[in-house]
Design a binder for this molecule. Structure first.
Ligand SMILES: Nc1ncnc2c1ncn2[C@@H]1O[C@H](COP(=O)(O)OP(=O)(O)OP(=O)(O)O)[C@@H](O)[C@H]1O
Ligand SMILES: [Mg+2]
Length: 276
């Protein structure tokens, strides 16, 4: 069965979805079979894979909101959409898309029901035997939806910028896991890595202090080897590739090759962390 990794941080805009897409691409380039389950209501990751969310929704295609809706009998396989990019590895990625914003009002009603947190876990169970990794993307909220995503995860990957509030947002996720893992039956879930995103070439003195502080800040999650290297550089090429919904291969610029190398190193660290 696939190893499921939740990419998370309790801070908006720190590059969670960017990390999710590029890590999936790097794994796919290396020949691994990857699914991306987009649990973020805004569906940025779904769109950034070149998937036409509006067209799918209009055609009645089910997304992740439907998958965790107990009033609908949707299977995980029914949600899956291929990625149709002009790259040799495109067939190695499938996306469980976020189409209609997950209705939090309904989810909050649902949250009072037995097993509500385990809807995604149950939907994935037995459905990912032919995959190596499932990456789950979420929004930064630490609400019921985050609990649903966490309950389906074997491991957590945290993204942080070198900024006080962003590091705190990452640490909040570790605290949440540690505070709730016994209650939620998630004793075996561990943090597989902490990724520094949007790193400027010249770190400011403040950013350098945050960088030095990272092993200490994440001490409760593991040792300094948790901090993945290298950091993701702040490059316009990545912002463009995400905005244009194109793979890095579409950009004939050295920064695109550099980004491919960075995410290949991350993919190797993930593969090592999960023991493939
Ligand atoms: N390494 C990078 N270099 C340049 N731009 C980046 C980089 N990483 C992310 N971005 C840009 O920063 C913005 C936020 O990134 P992204 O959407 O991945 O963050 P997020 O944490 O998923 O946000 P949210 O909290 O809304 O889910 C996007 O416009 C994206 O293109
Ligand atoms: Mg996001």
């Amino acid at each position: 069965m696939a190893t499921t990794i939740l990419i998370n941080s309790n801070k908006g805009g720190v590059g969670k979805s960017a990390q999710c897409r590029e890590l999936a691409c790097a794994l796919a380039r290396a020949g691994w079979q990857v699914d991306v389950a987009d649990m973020a209501p805004q569906g940025n990751t779904t769109r950034r894979f070149g998937i036409d969310r509006a067209a799918l929704a209009a055609a009645g295609h089910p997304g992740t909101a439907d998958l965790i809706d107990p009033t609908k009998n949707i299977t995980y396989h029914q949600t899956l959409v291929p990625v149709e990019w002009d790259v040799p590895w495109t067939g190695n990625i499938r996306v469980a898309p976020s189409l209609n914003a997950i209705n939090m009002q309904n989810r909050n009603l649902e949250a009072g029901r037995p097993g509500a947190e385990r809807r995604l876990f149950a939907a994935l169970r037995g459905q990912t035997e032919d995959r190596h990794v499932v990456l789950i993307d979420t929004d930064p909220g630490m609400d019921h939806l985050m609990a649903v995503a966490l309950a389906a995860a074997d491991g957590l990957l945290i993204t942080v910028e070198l900024d006080y509030d962003a590091v705190e947002g990452g640490v909040n996720v570790v605290s949440y896991l540690n505070a709730n893992k016994v209650l939620m039956g998630l004793e075996d879930v561990r943090v597989v890595g902490v990724v520094v995103t949007k790193a400027r070439r010249e770190l400011s003195a403040t950013a350098r202090v945050q960088e030095e502080n990272l092993p200490q800040a994440f001490a409760a999650a593991g040792g300094p080897e948790l901090i993945w290297t290298p950091s993701v550089p702040l490059y316009d090429t990545l912002a463009a590739a995400l905005s244009d919904a194109q793979p890095l291969e579409a950009y004939n610029h050295p920064s695109a090759r550099r980004l491919e190398d960075v995410f290949a190193a991350h993919a190797a660290q993930l593969v090592k962390a999960i023991g493939y």
